[in-house]
Design a protein around this ligand. Sequence first.
Ligand SMILES: [Zn+2]
Ligand SMILES: [Zn+2]
Length: 410
Amino acid sequence: MDDLLRAASAVRDDVVRLYRRIHAQPEIGLQLPRTQAAVLEALDGLGLEVRTGRTVSSVVADLHGGGDGPTVLLRADMDALPLTEDTGLAHASVVDGAMHACGHDAHVAMLVGAVRVLAARRDALRGTVRFAFQPGEEGFHGARAMIEEGLLDAPPVGAAFALHVSPNLPSGSVWTRGGPIMASADTLRVTVTGRGGHASTPHLARDPVPVAAEIVLAIHSFVTRRVSAFDPVVATIAHLDAGRAPNVIPERVEMSGTLRAVSPGGRALATEGLGRLVAGIADAHGMTAALDVEPGYPPTVNDAAAAGFVLRVAADLLGPRRTGTMPTPVMGAEDFSYVLERRPGALAFLGVCPPGTRPADAHSCHSNRMVLDEEALVTGVALHCALATRHLAAGGRVERLDGDARPAAS
Ligand SMILES: [Zn+2]
Ligand SMILES: [Zn+2]
């Protein structure tokens, strides 16, 4: 393990250089030609079997070890967000309206670092390490597109792991949990249709505004009364558009919001129940309303044994004080969920809190002031390498965690 940390430290400068280069040139969505080119350039000459996406600008690189064995997948997402950077960094974004504010630049650099370290030790690997560089995580379903293009096939992937950085965790610490780790994120749209009229004579109209208000409150009652507190669901109506004038009853009210759940069952219960509720309330008032649910990412559900394996490997690599079991999922969403629907594996968070800042005070992911501790990238490189190496050494079996990992000191 010390050996892997040393090897990761040896590629530190190249990893940081690549991170800064990608940070300065962020690209959004499914087509990331500059980022893809940077990855291909970094992989060139390392002896991997490399293929690029047909419909999206992905890179999949297989490193075949010196012996036969299973295939383990390591994923880095590559895309940026539509934000204007306000960090003052020397390597800040030079692209107007685009910024790497979710750390995917760091994910790419860490995974390239892991390719370099593992390529130099390929003879000791028993099986294949598949490195996946994925576009379009920020709402574009990039992982699903890559799965459709064979990400998990030929040879079939047995298990999959991904790291996501967080400035709100101590730098170099590793956190995960078995079961749900991130939520699903669907978009709710409700249209209530009545009949417009004069505000002074509502009895001659069909006023959709109080019906819309009733629907908003009923959605919250539904979540607290029909959904188990141990299988959380969040429903938020964040946008409401009714009339334009104080003396005119509008024809319709439009609302939208988000629905988050941490299990497929909770998601289905809420989707079905809210549809019935919305239609039923409007009907009771002689109006019509419809709920449209635009599906986003499913819940990200870690395999319990795989999450335990990550914590054990991280504890062996970094010491038990730098690993922790997350007490709850986070309600953000992640399209690595599509991979974990099909293969056992785990997503884990890597703390990248910048020096001199308390984790709770650090600007979080998706803030245009988000910065990270570049020294934590070495930890990420070593952890990727250790996960792949240990997983293949165990013949693809996921080692179980003995007891709970101790929480990281913060
Ligand atoms: Zn993000
Ligand atoms: Zn992200």
